[in-house]
Design a protein around this ligand. Structure first.
Ligand code: NAD
Length: 300
């Protein structure tokens, strides 16, 4: 049987989820290109039989070279945690724009974009969201993922590049805490979901919740999973006894869906001013300061 893709690109290949996804993606294509920043790519054990091409996503020229000959992309690369805006701007916003521009020029057919639950992290946990609920990002990181979903929409409407945006919850071997009983995506379900998002016919621009079949989910699937052919096999509830007592401290991080990210930032305030030196005692310098002559209006 023909493989779905000739050349498939996996960005963020040296990261936590990239290392899980690289081996199964090998089976979907004739050629798998693995990419990450040079250091992580060089120092990570990755499957033999795949190409490696280091690339900083913020480097426009390098991203165009990376996409050469690529049919489809699983895009995991970028900053995956909340933090200051500058690095997120480079890796996640400029980086994603570079990726889509290169995809447009290279004739890429499909992107699977690792979006995030932090696009809706400011919703209270008491709400069960569906995909028509408005985004409420919980920080710089969530905002960058919302930008990515907007970019995916633009490049479908204008240039017919298909994208499935996966709002991934907590993709870990087991749920780490009580919140993850709602947000968990088991690693086998992650593989099922990404495979479905890559291979389902006619996805256009689709957003899907990235979770297992969790009984306590914050999110309601509206039939998108069936359209993609994703059938989750796991449910965080099987781990409830082990983690339901692990709660975040009281406050927004416990009340809102984004959890601990609600306790981070802001990052971009100017540093506090150093305390000014006390005025010298006595002498002419202690008198009233001379008024600074004002420049007439209109002069630079
Ligand atoms: N793990 C989760 O539970 C989870 C949840 C929601 C969303 N996601 C998203 O899924 C993706 C993968 O998550 P992860 O847990 O594997 O993250 P990770 O941080 O382990 O991996 C991200 C990779 O991107 C690389 N990277 C960072 N900046 C880069 C740049 N400028 N150019 C090229 N590569 C760069 C890093 O070196 C790293 O290897 C991320 O986009 C993340 O935002 C993950």
């Amino acid at each position: 049987m023909a493989l779905p893709f000739h050349t498939l690109l996996l960005t963020g290949a040296a990261g936590t989820l990239g290392r899980v996804l690289a081996p199964p993606l090998l089976g979907l294509c004739s050629r798998l290109r693995l990419s990450d920043l040079p250091g992580p790519l060089a120092h990570t054990d990755l499957p033999a039989g795949a190409e490696r091409q280091a690339c900083d996503l913020a480097d426009t020229t390098a991203v165009h070279a990376l996409l050469h000959g690529v049919d489809a992309v699983v895009h995991l690369g970028g900053i995956s945690l909340e933090g200051p805006f500058g690095p997120i701007l480079q890796a996640n916003i400029l980086g994603l724009h570079n990726l889509y521009e290169a995809a447009r020029r290279q004739g890429v057919r499909r992107v699977v974009f690792a979006s995030s639950n932090h696009v809706t992290g400011c919703w209270p946990r008491a709400n069960t969201l569906d995909l028509s609920d408005r985004p409420r990002p919980d920080g710089n990181y969530g905002l960058s993922k919302l930008f990515g979903e907007g970019l995916a929409s633009l490049y479908w409407d204008r240039y017919r590049i298909e994208t499935v945006c996966l709002r991934i919850g907590t993709a870990t071997p087991t749920p780490p805490d009580a919140r993850a009983l709602a947000t968990w995506l088991s690693l086998p379900d992650l593989v099922r979901l990404v495979t479905a998002a890559l291979t389902a016919p006619g996805v256009g621009c689709t957003i899907a919740w990235g979770m297992s079949a969790n009984s306590r989910a914050f999110w309601r699937d509206d039939g998108t999973w069936a359209k993609l052919g994703y059938q989750p096999q796991d449910n965080a509830e099987t781990h409830a006894a082990a983690v339901q007592h692990i709660l975040q401290p009281a406050g927004p991080q416990r009340e809102l869906q984004g959890g601990i990210f609600l306790n981070m930032g802001p990052y971009d305030d100017p540093p506090p001013e150093a305390p000014s030196a006390p005025p010298p005692q006595g002498g002419a310098a202690s008198g009233p300061a001379e008024p600074v002559p004002r420049r007439p209006l209109g002069q630079a």
